[in-house]
Design a binder for this molecule. Sequence first.
Ligand SMILES: [Zn+2]
Length: 344
Amino acid sequence: MIPRTWSGLRPAVRDLAGALLLGAGLTRPERSARDLLTVVTLHRVLPEERLAAYPLRAIAVSTKELAFLVAFMREHYTCAPLSEAHGRWAGGERPPRPLAAITFDDGQLDNVEQARPVLEQAGLRATFFLPVEAVDSDRLLWHDRLAYAALRLLELDGARAAALLGPLPGSDHRAQVTGLVARSKALSDPERSSLVERVERAAGGDARPAWDGMMRWDQVRALAAAGHEIGSHSLSHPLLPGLSDQRLDAELAGSRTRLEAEVGRPCLAFCYPNGDCDDRVVAAVARAGYRLAVLTAWGPNRTGAHPLRLTRCDLQGPTTRDRAGRLSAARLALRLHPTFARLL
Ligand SMILES: [Zn+2]
């Protein structure tokens, strides 16, 4: 349990420590991340007005926030798509600006419309992890579908939402939806699909805004042609440890074969849905021919890190801003630091 006084003081302490540490050069990546491979995790990139309508702020950044963090990465790191960055790092390269990769999970349209121009304007290339069946069907993944439908239901009919969803602490609808999505991760895949369908029905159907959706295959090919890396995020985005061996192989090898056929280049990198894996899953990822795989577990990678268990640094939500809401390089540097980030 964190004492209340600390949780109240924490943002102020963090901002002060962040400014002092960066001022003293201690959190400058050139100094603190020299031997590390830093892999940044992002999902949604939305312009302010869309961000205001998107229920899951914790997995989104605004286009402006992305531009700020891309500029920071460009100034302090040597950025490349994950396979290239990892290959150079594993080969012993330690440039003055340390190696890093920027990765995007889940393949939504905003990655192409919002993130791609920002990256390319900065001269950077990233890695995009795609869930193949969601791209095929242009259906958002379960967490987005559930979040949109639950938010609409809460706004339309609180009593019905309470009856269907059970108690959701607090009164802020977005926070309630975020809690619901977090709680629903513990359900089995069939239970979760059934919940999503029930909530969508109660909310009057698919509740996603007209601007939202998945990227199309022609856009995926254009990303690859521009030098970005396309990695696999499985076929159907299931929690892999619960699958049979046969289904596991189908999700891993099947998505790799499809992506290579669509994109016309080798698919070397895999991203575990929800970061979930165990020894059996890791062995299956190796068997399917992937060279690298990324987790959601936090942290820059140290020399000798297992290539199929690479950790990442989540820079989503308000992590680019100080407590007053200003974009803050000190906060970003702190968030990326291998030890201070855990303390603050
Ligand atoms: Zn995902």
